[in-house]
Write a new protein. Structure first.
Length: 252
């Protein structure tokens, strides 16, 4: 039987060796043990980020179930679907929480004036960098760990994700409790627990982001398909789950 990893200090910066040990342990113990360990270790300096997909909904539910009282946040690009904002409100009411909005001060109109209309068509990496990556970096500045809902089955770029990683771009520990799960598993739990979800998932949108960069692909919601994001472009990630040197959207 493996020993529970020791409580680690708040100024923890993992080495390759201790990350390997932690991952070996939590790959066997699963997501609940990891969430509890994260809370014991980082307290409210650990936060959950969600885009209101099924993984995020399930994680919000898990936090409540296990009395893990930490901030939950989302990145508001000002370009989200009404159904996304509605789901946020449903979750706030169901769980009695306030979900923190973070985002750039630059309005979409100001962005158009500065960079030209529809930047997302000409340089989506820059648009994501302005509207998502930078606000996230600012928000995480005084945090120690952030929880995400990413899963290995979602895309090639996520298939090597680990349960615990060092997010060098934001200098925090990144905790991915559901990396082992596929789409069918997460939807099994959403249905079993009768959790709310974005109705667009039933209309051919397996993955839902900003309005200009989300298209229906008419596959089942369990398919883990991200093809409907940035349709017609090589891009599959907005940049918040990528190392900085892979992202080309920074200001020049
Ligand atoms: S997903 Fe599209 S619209 Fe949203 S920030 Fe990225 S490029 Fe811009």
């Amino acid at each position: 039987m493996q020993e529970v990893p020791e409580k680690i200090p708040l100024d923890f910066e993992p080495t390759t060796e201790n990350l390997d040990q932690l991952n070996a342990y939590f790959e066997k113990q699963g997501h609940t043990a990891l969430l509890k360990w994260g809370f014991e270790t980082f307290g409210e300096k650990m936060v959950l980020g969600t885009g209101f997909g099924p993984s995020g909904v399930f994680l919000i539910h898990q936090l409540q179930q296990h009395e893990i009282d930490i901030p939950v946040f989302y990145i508001d690009t000002h370009l989200l679907f009404d159904s996304t904002y509605e789901l946020k409100e449903v979750l706030e009411q169901k769980y009695g929480i306030d979900i923190t909005r973070i985002g750039t001060d630059l309005t979409v109109r100001e962005q158009a004036k500065k960079y030209g209309d529809e930047l997302w068509k000409r340089n989506p990496n820059r648009c994501c960098y302005i509207r998502k990556v930078l606000p996230l970096k600012n928000y995480l500045e005084d945090k120690k760990a952030w929880i995400t809902g990413i899963r290995r089955s979602q895309s090639d770029s996520r298939k090597s994700a680990r349960m615990i990683e060092w997010d060098a771009e934001n200098e925090v520990v990144k905790i991915n409790p559901l990396v082992q799960w596929n789409g069918e598993e997460i939807w099994y739990h959403i249905d079993r627990l009768d959790l709310p979800y974005n109705p667009m998932h039933d209309e051919g949108y397996p993955s839902i982001g900003c309005i200009p960069c989300t298209s229906p692909v008419y596959v089942s919601k369990e398919s883990d398909d991200r093809n409907g994001r940035w349709d017609g472009q090589q891009k599959t990630e907005c940049g918040i789950h990528m190392p900085a040197n892979v992202l080309n959207g920074k200001e020049e």
